[in-house]
Design a protein around this ligand. Structure first.
Ligand code: TRP
Length: 338
C-alpha cells in the first residue's frame, strides 16, 4: 500500500507519575500491532502533564522514561513517529485556534475536568479546563483517522469530533473527523485494593497499583495483598459484581498469559487464593522483566534516544506545519512574508 493511502493513527500518554499495568494493557500494548497497518504517531504529551503541579526535574525524567518504555514495549521508531509533544510547537498553536471554536460550556461538562477539579481543588488552572482542546489539537494536527484510547478518553475524542465538525462547517472542510479505537480489554484493569475502581496512576495507595517499573518483589507483595473475596475458592463468573477482586486478577492473568478468562478460571478452580495470586505474580513478572531490562538499556543509550526523538519530531513537524498553515489561511491570518 502506498504511504499516502495508509490511514493515520495518533495516540499519547502523559509522562505523569508511574505508568501502570492498566496503561500498558489498555494503551501501549494495543498500539504495537497497529504499526503494521497504519501510519502511526505516538506522542509523550508533556504539555498535558503541566495541568497538574509537576516537579520540573521529575517531569524531565518521566518524559525520557516514557519514551524508552514506548520502545521497550515494541513501538518501533522505524515504523512509527515517536516524539515529545513540546518538540512540535504547532500543538500549542493549533490549540489556541481551536480554543476560539470550543465552548466554555462543553469544556465545563467534561467528566475528567470535573474529577480533576475535585482532586486538585487548590489548582483548578485554565490548562486543566483546556486539556481536551490541546488533546483535540494533538489529534487534528495530523489529520488522524483513528485514535486508540481507553474508555475514559472516549468523551475527549467525541469532543474532538465536535470541534472538527464545527470548524469544518464554519471555515470549509479542513480536518479529518477522527474515530476512537477503544480497547475492549485493558481499560478494565481495576485497583488491587478497591477492585470496583480503575487502576489509576494517581492513586495515593501504592498497593493498589502495579507500576511497570515495579520489581519482582513489589509485584508479588502487591498481588498477595490484593483484595479478593471472603470465600477461598477461585471461582467467579467474569464481570460478576459480587467478586470484582477475583475477576480483576483473572483478567490480568488472562491478558498477560494469553489464555482466556474461562481457561484461567478452570486452571485455578478449587485452588486457594495464595496459589492463584502467586501464579498471577509469576506471569506479570515474566512479561514485565524483559521490558524493564530493555527500558534500562535504552535509557543508558542517550544518543540513540536523542536520534529517535529528533527523527520523530521531524516526521511529525512536517505534517503539523501543513495543517497549521492551512488552518491559519482558512481563519483569515496573513501568511508570514519569507
Ligand atoms: N488524555 C490522554 C490520557 O490521559 C492523553 C492524550 C493527550 C491523548 N493527547 C492525546 C490520547 C491524543 C490520545 C490522543 O490518556
Amino acid at each position: 500500500m502506498a504511504e499516502e493511502a495508509k490511514k493515520r493513527v495518533f495516540s499519547g500518554v502523559q509522562p505523569t507519575g508511574k505508568i501502570t499495568l492498566g496503561n500498558y494493557l489498555g494503551a501501549i500494548r494495543n498500539w504495537t500491532p497497529l504499526q503494521e497497518q497504519y501510519d502511526c504517531l505516538f506522542c509523550v504529551v508533556d504539555l498535558h502533564s503541566l495541568t497538574v503541579a509537576q516537579v520540573p526535574a521529575e517531569l524531565r525524567k518521566n518524559t525520557l522514561d516514557l519514551v524508552a518504555l514506548y520502545i521497550a514495549c515494541g513501538l518501533d521508531p522505524n515504523k512509527s513517529a515517536l516524539f515529545i509533544q513540546s518538540h512540535v510547537h504547532e500543538h500549542a498553536e493549533l490549540a489556541w485556534i481551536l480554543d476560539t471554536v470550543a465552548y466554555v460550556g462543553e469544556l465545563n461538562r467534561m467528566t475528567q475536568f470535573k474529577d480533576k477539579s475535585r482532586k486538585h481543588a487548590d489548582n483548578i488552572n485554565m490548562g486543566l479546563m483546556n486539556y481536551p482542546v490541546l488533546m483535540a489539537s494533538d489529534i487534528l494536527l495530523y489529520q488522524t483517522q483513528y485514535v486508540p484510547v481507553g474508555k475514559d478518553q472516549v468523551q475527549h475524542v467525541e469532543l474532538t469530533r465536535d470541534i472538527a465538525e464545527r470548524f469544518n462547517a464554519r471555515y470549509s472542510d479542513t480536518f479529518v473527523v477522527p474515530e476512537c479505537l477503544v480497547s475492549k480489554t485493558g481499560s478494565s484493569i481495576k485497583s488491587l485494593q478497591e477492585p470496583t475502581a480503575k487502576m489509576s496512576k494517581s492513586d495515593p495507595n501504592d498497593n493498589a497499583v502495579l507500576s511497570l517499573t515495579d520489581d519482582a518483589d513489589a509485584i508479588r507483595r502487591k498481588l498477595r495483598r490484593a483484595v479478593t473475596d471472603s470465600d477461598t475458592d477461585v471461582h467467579c463468573v467474569h464481570h460478576s459484581a459480587n467478586k470484582p477482586g477475583v475477576s480483576n486478577l483473572l483478567n490480568i492473568y488472562s491478558l498477560m498469559s494469553g489464555t482466556t478468562v474461562a481457561e484461567a478460571e478452570r486452571l485455578f478452580e478449587g485452588k486457594g487464593y495464595g496459589t492463584f495470586k502467586d501464579a498471577v505474580a509469576d506471569v506479570v513478572i515474566s512479561v514485565l522483566q524483559p521490558i524493564q531490562a530493555e527500558q534500562k538499556r535504552l535509557l543508558a543509550d542517550k544518543s540513540y534516544l536523542e536520534s529517535v526523538l529528533k527523527d520523530g519530531a521531524e516526521k511529525a513537524s512536517c505534517i503539523a506545519q501543513k495543517t497549521l498553515s492551512k488552518v491559519y489561511r482558512k481563519v483569515g491570518l496573513i501568511p508570514k512574508i519569507r
